[in-house]
Write a protein that binds this ligand. Structure first.
Ligand code: ADP
Length: 498
């Protein structure tokens, strides 16, 4: 029944496809970027047709690279950029407009208005999310409000909507299957994460016809089979999960209290909270983690806006390093930062500060601070920000962090990983397979088709490449964290109108 699992990693800037063998080893990878449209300041769009075309192209290329035929592909698992919203004609399959991307701020005013009208608490309670333009709900409303006749057509069942997973599954199955999974649904701000249904009160509030929404299913589930014309033979489509939840699964964080952090442009931290949806008192989101059966697990999520992006800033604006990787050797040339802190609050500060007026600062400079100190302080700032989110999670979950699993591009930086372990006083574990997101989707599909019996089989495949043990004294940690807190207080509110 096939030797490979095909993971579609439908990201924000590119479509990727990775073929995994039965042992969870990568057999081939293919990637293609697609166009980013910025039609107005703060607006971000994608062409859903291009997402589909590039995804098909990389799937076929990954098969060609591995020398694999369709009969050797046991199943397809999809992981995708979350929240991005697509509406298309059910009959023709043509999108009514470009996809509105998660980063797009065009509906910020609608989101403000919902909060101003006092709906924030009700929506938070039901969806686990803090009302924001980031999520799909106001994006879908915007499309219905701004496309002539769309709402009427949607009411008559002539339009379909979905996130990128839904769109890809619909295309893969030749328009026969209109579904999404719990993790993606939980990011729409339309889904009741307690009752596991689309929430009629929120749908009514936004005037969104329920008819256009996909059926919601578990993340690991055989949704259907690909149209035979696509790959020459039908292949089961057996998993879908939002990228961050897929990474949590791919990192084998199956138990309550398990935490992973993805160190990319920004950072995304997720903590598995088991059967119970934990309501955050510290500005984190409550969301659904990957599931197989109808039973779901929950997670707490917090993000850091500027992480790897601060390393790009060192390279591209400050010209202190030639490559991101060089930050490690340069940082290690300094014994410490000589008391200097960089707070890369270029676009404000997220959890737990929530200060959109915060701006970047460098504080504590003395005459001896040079290039290596600034580079070191910038890398440390990534770890401090992650640590702030971890402490918020610890407070909400009522238990301390036992270890942190790391992935993403910047997790390759050994200095950063060691400093993270030191500042948290807990081990940081980097896996052999840093493609956690794609591996999560492949693992979910493997479980759905019966390749594996349980998550224990995945846990066995997950291997640590390196464990960074904390070696900083408690006193030093407290001192450093105190310094960071004071540095953050200097960055807060900077851009506020006097
Ligand atoms: P994304 O998926 O957000 O595009 P990636 O996981 O590909 O991000 O990681 C890329 C980010 O990681 C970039 O911001 C880059 O500056 C940073 N990065 C990559 N390698 C290193 C490294 N060795 N040390 C520090 N940062 C790095």
């Amino acid at each position: 029944m096939g030797q490979y699992l095909m993971a579609f990693d439908a990201g924000t800037t590119s479509s990727r496809c990775i073929l995994f063998d039965r042992a969870g080893k990568i057999k081939s990878v293919s990637q293609q970027e697609f166009t980013q449209y910025y039609p107005n300041p703060g607006w971000v769009e994608h062409d859903a047709g291009e997402i589909w075309d590039t995804q098909c192209f990389v799937a076929k290329e990954a098969m060609r690279k591995a020398g694999a035929f369709a009969e050797e592909i046991a199943a397809i698992g999809i992981t995708n950029q979350r929240e991005t919203t697509i509406v298309w004609d059910k009959k023709t399959g043509v999108p009514v407009c470009r996809a509105i991307v998660w980063q797009c701020r065009r509906t910020a005013r609608e989101a403000d208005e919902l909060r101003r009208m006092g709906y924030g608490e009700m929506i938070r309670e039901k969806t686990g999310l803090i009302v924001d333009a980031y999520f799909s709900a106001t994006k879908l409303k915007w499309i219905l409000d701004h496309t002539p006749g769309a709402r009427e057509k949607a009411r008559r069942g002539e339009l379909l909507s979905g996130t990128v997973d839904t769109w890809l599954i619909w295309k893969l199955t030749g328009g026969r299957v209109h579904v999404t999974d719990y993790t993606n649904a939980s990011r729409t701000m339309l889904f009741n994460i307690h009752e596991l249904t689309w929430d009629q009160e929120i749908l009514d509030l936004l005037d969104i016809p329920r008819e256009m929404l996909p059926e919601v299913k578990p993340s690991g589930c055989i949704y259907g089979a690909t149209d035979p014309a696509l790959f020459g033979r039908p292949i089961p489509v057996a998993a879908a999960a939002g990228d961050q939840q897929s990474a949590l699964f791919g990192q084998a964080c199956f138990h309550e209290g398990d935490v992973k952090n993805t160190y990319g442009t920004g950072c995304f931290l997720l903590m598995n909270t088991g059967d119970k949806p934990v309501r955050s008192e510290n500005g984190l989101l409550t969301t659904i983690a990957c599931s197989l059966g109808e039973h779901v697990s929950y997670a707490l999520e917090g993000s850091v806006y500027v992480a790897g992006a601060a390393i790009q800033w060192l390279r591209d604006e400050m010209h202190l390093i030639d490559s991101a990787a060089e930050s490690e050797t340069v940082a290690e040339q300094a014994k410490d930062t000589k008391g200097c802190y960089v707070v890369p609050a270029f676009t404000g500060l997220g959890a737990p500060y929530w200060d959109q007026y915060a701006r970047g600062t460098i504080v504590g400079l003395t005459r001896g601070c040079g290039r290596s100190e600034i580079v070191r302080a910038t890398l440390e700032s990534v770890a401090y920000q992650v640590s702030d989110v971890i402490r918020a999670m610890e407070k909400d979950a009522g238990k301390p962090l036992t270890s942190l699993k790391a992935d993403g591009g910047a997790s390759r930086n050994n200095f950063l990983m060691q400093f993270q372990a030191d500042i948290d006083g807990a081990p940081v574990i980097r896996p052999e397979c840093v493609e956690s997101t794609a591996f999560g989707a492949a693992s979910l599909a493997a479980l759905a088709i019966g390749w594996y019996d349980s998550t224990d089989d995945i846990a066995k495949q997950w291997k640590a490449e390196r464990v960074f043990q904390p070696s900083m004294s408690g006193r030093e940690r407290t001192e450093r964290l105190g310094g960071w807190e004071r540095a953050v207080s200097r960055a807060k509110g900077w851009a506020e109108q006097p």
